[in-house]
Write a protein that binds this ligand. Sequence first.
Ligand code: FAD
Ligand code: MG
Length: 321
Amino acid sequence: MVKANYEYSQNLLGTIVSLTIYEANETAVKAVFATLKILEDKLTVNRPLSEVMSINMAAGKHAVEVSRPVFDLIAQALQISLQPNCYFNCAIGALVKLWQIGFKGQQVPTDEQIKQHLLLTNPRDIELNTDNHSIFLKRKGMQIDLGAIAKGYIADVIKEVLVKHNIHQAMINLGGNVLTIGDSPLSDDKNWHVGLKKPFSRNQELVGIINVNNRSVVTSGIYERFFYQHNHLYHHILNPFTGYPLDNELESVTIISKSSLEGDIYSTILYGLGVSKGCEFLQRHSNLAAIFLLKNKTIVLANTDNFYFQLLDKQYQVKQY
Ligand code: FAD
Ligand code: MG
């Protein structure tokens, strides 16, 4: 028997957050949205007050003590950012704020501005003190930005909240970060059906359906936050080495993984690596699967053990790596 579903959504994290569950449970729903709000308030860099903003405001001046979850998340983000040639850099905030992509005031900066702001994005200039959970940004003007990891982290925390409330079948969607919990009660094969968006489509069309079970599905793409200037598209995933938006053959990368945190981190990193290097990377990381959607309408699937992809739009051609 198909169970009734209960859907809840709110505007949070600069997007529409939605929760689908299959038993009425007001207490759980309240706890989920309250947790989302608390985490947004701690992690946002889009308002003057938050724990992350207090670190950023004190850059070059003094260390700031933060709560344990914020410290741990920044420690994880830093560890990834310090890996050699990594396209994920949590110290990229000054450049994100310079470009303002997706926000009022978005602009193409001058080469000189980019050069100056790049100097403020070295992750080695983030100092962590594990004794008192304080964080110090060594250079004035430096800014931590957790935009490429926070939604993944938050989705995993929400899963814990649901499980604590005895909910073992649910779907959380934080605007492109989807986390499925348990089996789907809606389909015979117990898979959840997660739509893969057609880039730049006006009517929310889908390229295909990703079928997964108890997995996170996170997409990083160039079609949600972007602007055009002189016919050139500028999108929000920046190349931390040049300071300009990453420019390659991809329109989006979707990562299928156990945790949404990993999905969020690696969707950004694999966007930067591109298809060829990305697939090499995935050969060494069998816990992650990926769907690369190329500008030339090819879809490349890698590590397909934990999902299957159903193509809906016949303009696209699917290739298996
Ligand atoms: P991802 O690919 O996962 O990340 C891209 C984002 O990470 C960029 O937007 C930038 O912030 C940052 N970034 C860019 N390049 C890199 C890089 N090389 N390495 C590391 N990070 C990089 N949006 C609003 O419009 N208004 C809001 O008030 C608002 N509040 C938010 C509060 C929170 C707590 C969070 C997590 C997000 C919020 N957002 C808001 C959305 C946010 O600005 C980003 O657009 C969003 O997090 C991007 O996620 P993504 O999964 O689409 O992209
Ligand atoms: Mg990401």
